[in-house]
Design a protein around this ligand. Sequence first.
Ligand SMILES: Nc1ncnc2c1ncn2[C@@H]1O[C@H](COP(=O)(O)OP(=O)(O)OP(=O)(O)O)[C@@H](O)[C@H]1O
Ligand SMILES: [Mg+2]
Length: 148
Amino acid sequence: MQQSYFEGGDKVAGEFILEMRNITKSFPGVKALDNVTLKVRPGTVHSLLGENGAGKSTLMKCLFGIYALSGGEIFLEGSKISFENPAQALENHVSMVHQELNQVLDRSVMENVWLGRYPMKGCLVDHKKMYEDTKRILTVWELMLIQE
Ligand SMILES: Nc1ncnc2c1ncn2[C@@H]1O[C@H](COP(=O)(O)OP(=O)(O)OP(=O)(O)O)[C@@H](O)[C@H]1O
Ligand SMILES: [Mg+2]
């Protein structure tokens, strides 16, 4: 963990790796989340089910630092967190696969694979490493044959 954004003083011991407590999120004219609580034990997999517009994506975006909470608290491994943006979430090992995937169309497949986390060599992008890593991934998943 490079940099911790856990807020001190609120650590709670417990059986849950993640607790979202009494989460409320309002947009202008819409209360997307109203007092939602989600508790996740380590090593478990959960599905969040609900009709269109129920608030599933909004709940995950609150966890991932895309949206600020209107109310409630989030605890990760017993410590209260409040990610201000996705970068902070990623640094603290919280990741999200988005419902709507967007590509940057004027970038290559390789650059889209590594968007936001280009391998660096000093202050420059390490294109050689990026190419080799991409080639390895595409080969493993048999997605395409890269012509040398
Ligand atoms: N950025 C936003 N601004 C205003 N309202 C929003 C915003 N994002 C979501 N909403 C509203 O919040 C509610 C919950 O939306 P959300 O996208 O979280 O639902 P969902 O459960 O993920 O739906 P779906 O199954 O269609 O993906 C909806 O009424 C939606 O219109
Ligand atoms: Mg959704």
